[in-house]
Write a protein that binds this ligand. Structure first.
Ligand SMILES: NC(=O)c1ccc[n+]([C@@H]2O[C@H](COP(=O)([O-])OP(=O)(O)OC[C@H]3O[C@@H](n4cnc5c(N)ncnc54)[C@H](OP(=O)(O)O)[C@@H]3O)[C@@H](O)[C@H]2O)c1
Length: 330
């Protein structure tokens, strides 16, 4: 059994990691940390996990084979020395996703630049072989995962894209703040950061495409939809052919139906799963393409992708513990 520890277990990503790992046939959870909730049973913070016999701890002195860091960005680089060398590490924050100059352009000074190059960017569809050999993996951002997977097949035909994202409230984490309380967050279509959203940097790094993001907070609890617009000359068939690089990917589903309930990706149909749904539209007259990608930000956008990375790092079947279809209806 793989002994897994979760640092930052009281957050939304931590909760999903506990849920997924507790159902994983090859994993035993040895520690779940929280400073605020140390000593409490897990279900006091994650009521959906009632029945799980686990308590939060604030003791980092655990014996694990893999450690998931599910803490805010800026925190992983402060605490990572406690864990280096003792286990494989999968960091879900942004601290080790970017090469230094991009990190510093989008986030500011990096406190542990010497560690950046030891991390592999944990997007299995692009870096599976490096992940297999890695001791340290930086799990991608949720928005970045959706946009990179949408644009990567087109990196040789465009170097610019405009990306509109509709994002759920859980993407902001569990911290309490006024804009996130129910009367303020409910019913919004709120523009959030029209320029220079930090996840743009991951898209630039991984695809070479200068993507300009505008994120809208919408009235969903989980899930996101990325709509990526770019110039493309060719045909619908050419677009489909490019997207077929994903045909053997276990967690990418191409949505190309001409009729029926789902003609384009919609977060509604991926919630609770590790799938990314990808579809497209093409205006041949004006040579404009749109690629749509939908995922559950807490699963393929976070905890599920981290478990997928763990499976690869430990030589397991990549889909182990993740082979559920989405909930429906949600
Ligand atoms: N939410 C998403 O959709 C999503 C998707 C992909 C990636 N991520 C990334 O994943 C990470 C966790 O996100 P989240 O949404 O779960 O955030 P969250 O709900 O705010 O949870 C953060 C967790 O970190 C712990 N923590 C905070 N400061 C800490 C410190 N100095 N030392 C140790 N633990 C600390 C908190 O626990 P205590 O305060 O109880 O110790 C809490 O358990 C973030 O870096 C986020 O950017 C989030």
């Amino acid at each position: 059994m793989i002994r897994a520890a979760i640092v930052g277990g009281s957050g939304y990503i931590g909760g999903e990691l506990i849920r997924l790992l507790s159902m994983h046939p090859e994993v035993e959870i040895v520690a779940v940390t929280s400073r605020e909730h140390a000593g409490k049973k897990i279900h006091k913070v994650h009521p959906n996990l009632r029945g799980l016999d686990l308590r939060f701890t604030n003791d980092y002195n655990f014996d694990a084979d893999v450690i998931f860091l599910a803490v805010p960005h800026g925190t992983s680089m402060k605490i990572i020395n406690e864990f280096l060398g003792s286990a494989k590490i999968i960091d879900l924050s942004a601290d080790f996703r970017l090469r230094r100059e991009l990190y510093e352009e989008y986030y500011g000074t990096h406190e542990k630049p010497e560690l950046i190059e030891k991390f592999v960017y944990g997007l299995p569809e692009l870096h599976r072989e490096e992940i297999r050999k890695a001791e340290l993996v930086a799990n991608p951002g949720c928005n970045a995962t959706a946009v990179i997977l949408a644009l990567y097949p087109f990196r040789d035909v465009t170097n610019e894209a405009i990306v509109d994202l509709k994002v759920s409230s859980s993407a902001g984490g569990r911290r309490e703040n006024i804009p996130s309380i129910h009367p303020e967050r409910s019913n919004v279509v709120r523009v959030y950061k029209p320029f220079k959203h930090r996840h743009e940097a991951e898209v630039i790094q991984e695809t070479g495409i200068k993507a300009m993001f505008t994120i809208h907070s919408v009235d969903l609890v989980r899930g996101l939809l990325a709509t990526s617009y770019f110039r493309f000359s060719g045909s619908e068939r050419d677009i489909l052919r490019k997207l077929l690089i994903y045909k053997d990917e276990p967690f990418i589903r191409l949505v190309t139906d001409k009729g029926g309930l789902q003609r384009y990706p919609d977060p509604k149909y991926v919630i609770g799963s590790n799938f990314v749904d990808i579809g497209f539209a093409y205006d041949s007259e004006n040579e404009r393409a749109i690629v749509f990608s939908a995922l559950d930000n807490l699963i393929k956008g976070g905890a599920g992708q981290a478990v997928q990375n763990m499976n690869i790092m430990f030589g397991l079947d990549e889909t182990l513990g993740l082979d559920q279809y989405p909930l429906y209806p949600v």
